[in-house]
Design a protein around this ligand. Structure first.
Ligand code: HH2
Length: 284
């Protein structure tokens, strides 16, 4: 049974664990760069993610890994041209991972239903008005600085309080631009201008973000903090840590999980949801 956009937006009330599969159509993403640049490979991966139980597929054409270079809107659109319609043919909701309104507009016209903006509407002043005009949901993520420099020397007094205040301010900005409050998802931005201790505090403190009132998305999949804790140097070796991070965040109120390894995370969350006695329809 497929998950609707409304199911995803209600997940913080129902306890449903939503899995968002990652599809990077980039040459340089930190764990799967280059693998899905070819449209046929990207299409096959979209089908695979959906078959493994992804409720949503987040398609991105610009890497935001630490130190990455920007990719222009025209280049992003070229990379997405064949992939968004292919992903939209699966049972999953398609999300576009971009900070550029022009790219989001293209993707929405091509079948995407959700915008994932890691700049939370700060990169492009046209983004929040576009989201409002189209009536689509938006993910607003916290990032300190920008990808090129964000890991240089991140500093916080109280990372959970500061990230919460930032997200509250970006929710207000989105609502002021005409976005419906019920269509806003927030995300602490694991790894975006954060040291190990910041990432751990945010995962432990995700309940503070859930108290803002909407769904919380967590993107911990294969990230560096897992390697720092465990010594797993290669991103593909970090599945155990990814699952642990998702389950810990789920227990504390996050309900949407952006991951590369859909099948094992889907299975882990289905069991966790059943144990928690949560309402969980459509799991497998
Ligand atoms: N993380 C990445 C990209 N987009 N979006 C949200 N909302 N939250 C995240 O944590 C998040 C995100 C980075 O991961 P990945 O896509 O695998 O790598 P890259 O940015 O190198 O393409």
């Amino acid at each position: 049974m497929s998950t609707s956009l409304e199911d995803i937006l209600a997940s913080h009330r129902t306890g449903r664990a939503v899995v968002m599969g990652v599809l990077n159509v980039t040459p340089d993403s930190f764990s799967d760069g280059g693998a899905f640049l070819d449209p046929a490979a990207a299409r096959a991966q979209a089908e695979r993610l959906a078959a493994e139980g992804a409720d949503a597929i987040d398609v991105g054409a610009e890497s935001t890994r630490p130190g990455s270079e920007r990719v222009g809107a025209a280049e992003q659109i070229e990379r997405l041209r064949a992939v968004i319609p292919a992903a939209a043919e699966t049972r999953a909701v398609v999300s576009v991972d971009t900070t550029r309104a022009e790219v989001a507009r293209f993707a929405l016209d091509a079948g995407a239903q959700l915008v994932n903006d890691v700049s939370a509407g700060r990169d492009d002043p046209e983004m929040l008005p576009l989201v409002a005009e189209r009536g689509v949901p938006v993910v607003l993520m916290h990032m300190l600085g920008e990808p090129k420099t964000m890991q240089a020397d991140p500093h916080y007094e109280d990372v959970v309080a500061e990230v919460r205040a930032f997200l509250a301010e970006r929710i207000d900005a989105a609502v002021a631009a005409g976005v419906l409050r019920e269509r806003i998802v927030v995300d602490p931005g694991i790894g975006f201008g954060k040291r190990l201790e910041h990432n751990l505090a945010l995962l432990a403190g995700v309940g503070e973000l859930a108290s803002l009132g909407g769904p919380v998305l967590v993107g911990a999949s294969r990230k560096r903090f897992i390697g720092e804790l465990t010594g797993a140097a290669e991103a593909q070796e970090r599945l155990g840590g990814t699952i642990a991070a998702c389950l810990a965040a789920y227990r504390r109120g996050a309900t949407i999980f952006r991951v590369h390894d859909v099948a094992p995370v889907r299975q882990a969350l289905t069991v966790a949801a059943a144990i928690a006695g949560q309402v969980h329809r459509g799991g497998r």
